[in-house]
Design a protein around this ligand. Structure first.
Ligand SMILES: N[C@@H](CCC(=O)N[C@@H](CS)C(=O)NCC(=O)O)C(=O)O
Length: 320
């Protein structure tokens, strides 16, 4: 296996020529100042245009690919110390002081989409994470930051914007770093279809989790079929993109919950989905946003218990 040694800074460009015909992966070496890029694997972390460049024109075109490797490095190397969540006792940040802030909750899958996008583009220094404790939300969040009072929201250029699917596109197109959206019109159209399907997908799975619906086989089959459309890689559009980011936090939660609580294995008979999960789990930008699966299962159990208690309470009130 060929290796490249790089110094441990996000701005380092690749001066060596890659000589493998395969995609490659970066893994930081903590024990020395050097990091090793290993061939093959990086596919999970390379942006569209760079992935295509990397495999079609080896020896690699230096400038283009090095930009992406640097960004991937940034995503991989930056081991962030995550700030504590702000609650009703916390002072607000200095809103609209020119800092770009991403307001999240550590357990919110919608917020996680934007967090992953930020990490994938190597924007850890440019976009500051501001985690909010949603159970004990500070009043200033609604009053000063985001009147919708939800996460995620992004404070950028004196404005605050929300809605995770809009935000991942916004972060991808307004900030530096590897492009996570294709130029190809066929892929773009398919990406929009898949974005539009995210809600239907989640609703169908969550209703089964709550005990209201049938097994969500059709929803996962839809995903399996989508993953079969472009076969130049294991991702929805072939190469890694915003579409993978849109689904990842939800599948991260559904898989362990359905397996443990419903004894339903989402990957059984779905090899493309199994391969996608395996590839996603290699993506360090995503891994830095993940929670312990046991914790995620507990969160869903609690939430579903609350919903059913509320339902019993309401039906009791309406009959008494
Ligand atoms: N459609 C929104 C959904 C965001 C959302 O529902 N976030 C939840 C946390 S996972 C939230 O902020 N809930 C607080 C509330 O509804 O009061 C998006 O995609 O960003």
């Amino acid at each position: 296996m060929a290796t490249l040694s790089l110094s441990n800074t996000p701005s380092t460009s690749v001066s060596s020529r890659l000589t493998s015909s395969l995609s490659f992966s970066f893994s930081p070496s903590l024990s020395s100042k050097k990091n090793i890029i290993r061939l093959p694997q990086l596919q999970a972390n390379l942006c569209f245009n760079c992935y295509n460049n990397a495999i079609s024109s080896l020896p690699v075109k230096k400038s283009r690919v090095s930009t992406c490797i640097s960004a991937t490095m940034a995503a991989n190397v930056v081991q962030e110390v995550l700030p504590p969540a702000l609650d009703s006792t916390s002072d607000p940040p200095a809103v609209f002081d020119g800092t770009t802030r991403l307001y999240i909750s550590y357990t919110c899958p919608f917020a996680q989409r934007v967090w992953i996008t930020r990490n994938c583009k190597g924007l850890q220094e440019k976009i500051k994470l501001v985690p909010i404790d949603l159970k004990n939300r500070p009043d200033w969040y609604k009053e000063k930051v985001y009147p919708a009072n939800k996460v995620p929201s992004l404070e950028h250029n004196n404005e605050v914007k929300g809605e995770s699917l809009d935000l991942i596109k916004y972060v991808d197109s307004h900030f530096e770093g590897p492009s996570l959206f294709p130029d190809d019109p066929t892929k773009k159209e398919f990406a929009e279809e898949l974005f539009a399907y995210t809600d239907t997908f989640s609703k169908s799975v969550v209703s089964f989790m709550k005990g209201d619906g049938n097994e969500p086989g059709a929803a996962f089959d839809h995903i399996e079929t989508a993953l079969s459309k472009f076969n130049e890689g294991p991702f929805f559009l072939g190469q890694f993109s915003l579409v993978d980011i849109a689904y990842a936090p939800f599948i991260e939660r559904f898989q362990p919950f359905l397996l443990e609580v419903k004894k339903y294995d989402i990957t059984a008979g779905r090899p493309k989905l199994a391969a996608w999960i395996e590839e996603m789990n290699k993506n360090e930008a995503f891994n830095q946003t993940r929670r312990d699966p046991k914790e995620l299962v507990e969160i869903y159990k609690q939430r579903l218990r609350l919903i059913s208690e509320l339902w019993v309470f309401q039906s009791h009130r309406s009959t008494s």
